[in-house]
Design a protein around this ligand. Structure first.
Ligand code: PLP
Length: 286
């Protein structure tokens, strides 16, 4: 059955959902996005995604086309129309269609292009990888310098996923100046004893919505949180490691560049964090 897709105010069958070849998102990757998980038909951490969307748009001098309430209504309508129980809502806002190609930004009053669609992922929170853990390789971080803005420039992260695939593992961690920045589409952490270590927020990494929640829950659960950079060598000698993202939640990492982390099996801290995260987020879902 065809999905219903939202395009600039209309709910359309996906075959009819179209944007212009002159759209700045298509020609210049001039757009931002958000991905919000849906569990049990409800949106996870919706307020967090709205806040980051507003920030990404503001950093690129783009006007937010909707209020948070409007965004919520559109998300809910799409979830209902597509009968999503578990899955994701993808949202993209581009600088619009100026009718031609030009490096200069079009006038600020050009309407943006707004597209949202759903992805059904039955059993999203029961991913078997949470039991086995994932394996990663490290690759150089050659992305641009404003990784804090959630833009649709995802070519290098895609290449990073392909490098991982080619190496027979699950994902890549980016390394810059000898220090881990983040994963291709997630934030990266190590665990030492009762302490969770993850890179501090800056323009070097995306300010993960899941990261913020995980660090809050970790502190509430009397775990120590240290926001600082770490090397691949330090990660290899950590007790546990994990990643976080809106669609993977909290996912253990058991191997980096062929070296087992801790016992090489999923430990105790990460599954506990995952459970707390999912429990709390399901409770607060809208
Ligand atoms: N870092 C990068 C580069 C990402 O692409 C993502 C998610 O897409 C994240 C981190 C995790 O962010 P969030 O928890 O908001 O999904």
């Amino acid at each position: 059955m065809s999905r219903t897709v939202y395009v600039n105010g209309d709910y359309l069958p996906e075959e009819e959902a179209k944007v212009s070849v002159f759209d700045r998102g298509f020609l210049m990757a001039d757009g931002v996005y958000e991905v919000t998980s849906v569990l049990g038909g409800k949106l996870i951490d919706f307020a967090g995604h709205c806040k980051r969307l507003a920030r990404s748009l503001a950093e690129l001098d783009m006007t937010n086309p909707h209020s948070d309430d409007d965004w919520l209504a559109i998300h809910r309508e799409l979830v209902a129309r597509n009968g999503i129980d578990d899955g994701m809502v993808y949202l993209q806002v581009t600088r619009g269609n100026p009718g031609d190609r030009d490096f200069a930004f079009p006038p600020a009053d050009l309407p943006p292009t707004v597209v949202l669609f759903t992805q059904a992922k039955p059993g999203l929170a029961d991913n078997p990888m949470a039991q086995t853990g994932m394996r990663v390789i490290s690759i150089p971080d050659i992305r641009w310098g404003r990784r804090d803005i959630k833009t649709v420039q995802l070519l290098y992260p895609s290449m990073g996923k392909m490098m991982a695939k080619k190496a027979g593992v699950d994902d890549s961690w980016f390394v810059e100046d000898g220090l881990v920045t983040e994963g291709t589409s997630n934030n990266a952490y190590i665990v030492k004893g009762n302490k969770i270590i993850t890179r501090a927020l800056s323009n070097d990494i995306l300010h993960g919505i899941t990261r913020a929640a995980v660090l809050r829950f970790a502190a509430e659960a009397q775990m120590e949180v240290e926001e600082r950079s770490f090397t691949i060598d330090e990660a290899k000698t950590a007790d546990e490691a994990f990643i976080s993202s809106a669609s993977a939640f909290v996912m253990p990492v058991v191997e980096i560049d062929g070296a087992a982390i801790g016992t090489g099996k999923v430990g105790h801290v990460v599954p506990r964090l995952r459970e707390i995260y999912l429990d709390e987020m399901r409770k607060a879902a809208v």
